[in-house]
Design a protein around this ligand. Structure first.
Ligand SMILES: CC(C)(COP(=O)(O)OP(=O)(O)OC[C@H]1O[C@@H](n2cnc3c(N)ncnc32)[C@H](O)[C@@H]1OP(=O)(O)O)[C@@H](O)C(=O)NCCC(=O)NCCS
Length: 216
């Protein structure tokens, strides 16, 4: 993937223990190799039963990546980051999404880690990294998140980073209650939680978010 033509791929975020780089074509295989079996995927995603369960789940990951890049626009975008320990193999994915960004400046997120990397504070680090990108560099006004009540670690990440519960809804295909949360820009910036995140390569990527100075 050309970083000249598609400067999103120059974007890199670093935390105390992690490096997050925008996913590229070459990451699809290594990411799918560590895809957890317990991860809930989009129930609306196309399945390919004759491939077998694991390959079919991997195809969903590949299509989500291609869809994100292929349908990108400043109005609505979805940005997948591959998460690695410094210089290591992939251990997870962190998505930052602006599903109606030009209208409301609200970002959403989704993430997973391999089971052996969970419960160590890494989920908080990777969410912190994308929140700092969104609030400090992309002008986001708020971040939202949601998880089923049983997903204590996802809700734990949100609450410990300052998100507040807003409302619940019912996840129809599972009949479970979904908790919705929201974090405001001023609360994030005041908290100083993003101060240790290092962000490189954001300037060349700004035009893809509809930001930055116009060229002739
Ligand atoms: C969700 C996920 C990315 C979180 O990452 P993680 O590294 O496990 O989470 P962390 O260790 O960074 O932090 C979890 C926070 O939740 C809290 N937490 C975890 N389990 C908890 C529980 N059972 N009850 C209350 N709080 C809990 C932790 O204490 C921590 O908060 P704190 O630092 O204030 O103490 C990871 O667990 C995962 O991959 N889960 C499977 C995929 C998934 O469910 N993704 C989310 C879909 S919405």
């Amino acid at each position: 993937m050309s970083v000249q033509v598609w400067p999103l791929h120059r974007l890199r975020l670093a935390t105390a223990d992690l490096e997050l780089r925008v996913m590229q074509e070459a990451d699809i295989d290594p990411v799918c190799e560590v895809l957890p079996d317990d991860l809930d995927q989009d129930p609306a995603a196309t399945r390919y039963p004759a491939l077998g369960e694991r390959a079919s789940r991997s195809a969903v990951v590949a299509q989500e990546y291609w869809r994100a890049m292929g349908t990108w626009s400043p109005a609505r975008w979805a940005l997948p980051f591959v998460v690695r320990r410094r210089d290591g193999e992939p251990i997870g994915l962190q998505w930052l999404e602006g599903p109606d960004f030009s209208a409301d400046l609200v970002v959403d997120s989704a993430s997973w880690l391999v089971p052996t990397a969970r419960g160590l504070g890494l989920g908080k680090q990777m969410r912190t990294a994308v929140l700092e990108l969104a609030f400090r560099h992309l002008g986001a006004a708020a971040a939202i998140s949601s998880a089923v009540l049983a997903n204590a670690s996802s809700l734990g990440v949100s609450r410990s980073l300052g998100y507040r519960d807003t409302h619940t809804s019912v996840l129809e295909h599972r009949g479970e209650t979904l908790q919705h949360l929201r974090l405001e820009r001023d609360d994030w910036l005041r908290s100083g939680r993003g101060s240790s995140v290092q962000i490189c390569g954001v300037e060349p990527a700004l035009p893809l978010f509809g930001l930055g100075d116009e060229h002739d």
